[in-house]
Design a protein around this ligand. Structure first.
Ligand SMILES: Nc1ncnc2c1ncn2[C@@H]1O[C@H](COP(=O)(O)OP(=O)(O)OP(=O)(O)O)[C@@H](O)[C@H]1O
Ligand SMILES: [Mg+2]
Length: 358
């Protein structure tokens, strides 16, 4: 498999400036370590699911990859080329065509006064990709059709569309540029559950038809399992575990992943005994401005010991493409998650089954 994108040693730190005086003095009050040393790679045609609680740094990684946020440190390689230092509209023209972002909220992305045609055609126009109107129209209609919308939607306005149709318009807006990589940030979380499956299927169909590669960002581990080939689990700016989707879900080897798996929604209400076995995370909710020493998860970890408070574990290679950051993994002493508490994750719908899960 050919690697399409790799980020190495990625750090994104935001200064905290609280008051006017701090701002004027350009004196930061501290720093938010939103992304704190992340390495990940995605092969062509693969879907990497990036999972983690709110504030773990998922969107920040997505924004760095699409070049909306500058990294503090680290390297980004795309199709074998170092793109870390590319900035400005001219330098990024080609990159912006090849790497597209789909946001969570189609209501915010679409301008209520703009027709669907004008929204989808805008990036073509801005980038001078189809100077003739007739060419632009043809490309817009082709993108709409690829996103499963009829051509006559081109002349409608956002308010005439349902939530699912609007998200298809947003997808068409990304497709019109002919991207290789799509960063999808919670693309279905605003949609009704009934429409989610359709959109996920569309995204996977597009991967087949166009050879698309996805970074799929979600806080929902079960959703990542349905759509992704590989899953990376983030906690406070770091990857705690990464591996094939099926392996990460069925034999998680980091206590944080285990906790996430154990609280993932199950279709049937668990009985009282099972509920008791679920890992309830203790401690304060994480804060990227105050990252604990040692293993950043240790204050909430049910199996932490002395070393975890002082030394940060690296990602240990477990074979089979799985790695986990935990000192107990190194010692091979991590308690295996009791299969009885594994959630009955929803069966993937036909056509939405990732290869890794079959
Ligand atoms: N521009 C910014 N300036 C300052 N802090 C920021 C900025 N963007 C993000 N952060 C902080 O960085 C951390 C990571 O934020 P990010 O949005 O990447 O998390 P996330 O995993 O996408 O969360 P969610 O699931 O809520 O979308 C948070 O603590 C957030 O408050
Ligand atoms: Mg986010």
């Amino acid at each position: 498999m050919t690697e399409l994108i790799r980020v190495s040693g990625l750090q994104v730190h935001f200064p905290i400036r609280s008051g006017l005086i701090d701002a004027l003095a350009r004196r930061p009050r501290g720093v938010i370590r939103a992304v704190d040393g992340v390495d990940l790679a995605i092969d062509e045609g693969q879907v990497l699911g990036l999972v983690g609680e709110s504030g773990s740094g998922k969107t920040t990684i997505g924004r760095v990859i699409v070049k909306l946020t500058k990294q503090t440190a680290g390297r980004i390689t795309f199709a074998g080329e170092d793109v870390s230092a590319l900035w400005g509209p001219k330098q990024l023209r080609d990159y912006r065509r090849r790497v597209q972002l789909i946001f969570q909220d189609p209501y915010e992305t679409l301008n209520p006064r703009q027709t669907i045609h004008d929204f989808v055609a805008e990036p073509l126009e801005v980038n001078g990709l189809a100077p003739r109107l007739a060419d632009r129209e043809a490309q817009v209609i082709s993108a709409l059709e690829s996103a499963g919308l009829p051509a006559d939607f081109a002349f409608r306005y956002p308010h005439e569309l349902s939530g699912g149709q609007r998200q298809r318009v947003v997808i068409a807006g990304a497709l019109v540029m002919g991207p290789q990589l799509v960063v999808a940030d919670e693309p279905v979380s605003m949609l009704d559950v009934s429409i989610r499956t359709e959109l996920l299927r569309l995204m996977l169909d597009l991967r087949e038809e166009r050879g698309l590669t996805y970074l799929f960002i979600t806080h929902d581990l079960a959703l990542a399992w349905v759509i992704a080939d590989r899953i990376a689990v983030m906690y406070l700016g770091k990857i705690m575990e990464i591996g094939p989707a099926q392996t990460v879900i069925s034999s998680p080897r980091n206590p944080y992943t285990q906790a996430l798996v154990s609280v993932s929604p199950s279709p049937d209400p668990p009985d009282a005994g099972m509920r008791a076995k679920r890992t309830i995370l203790k401690g304060e909710t994480p804060d990227a401005a105050h990252i604990p020493t040692g293993c950043r998860f240790h204050p909430r970890c049910p199996v932490a010991f002395d070393r975890c408070q002082v030394e940060e574990p690296p990602l240990f290679d477990l074979g089979g493409g799985q790695s986990a950051a935990c000192w107990l993994v190194e010692k091979d002493q991590l308690p295996v998650l009791d299969p009885a508490i594994l959630p009955g994750l929803p069966a993937p719908s036909p056509g939405v089954t990732p290869e890794a899960a079959t």
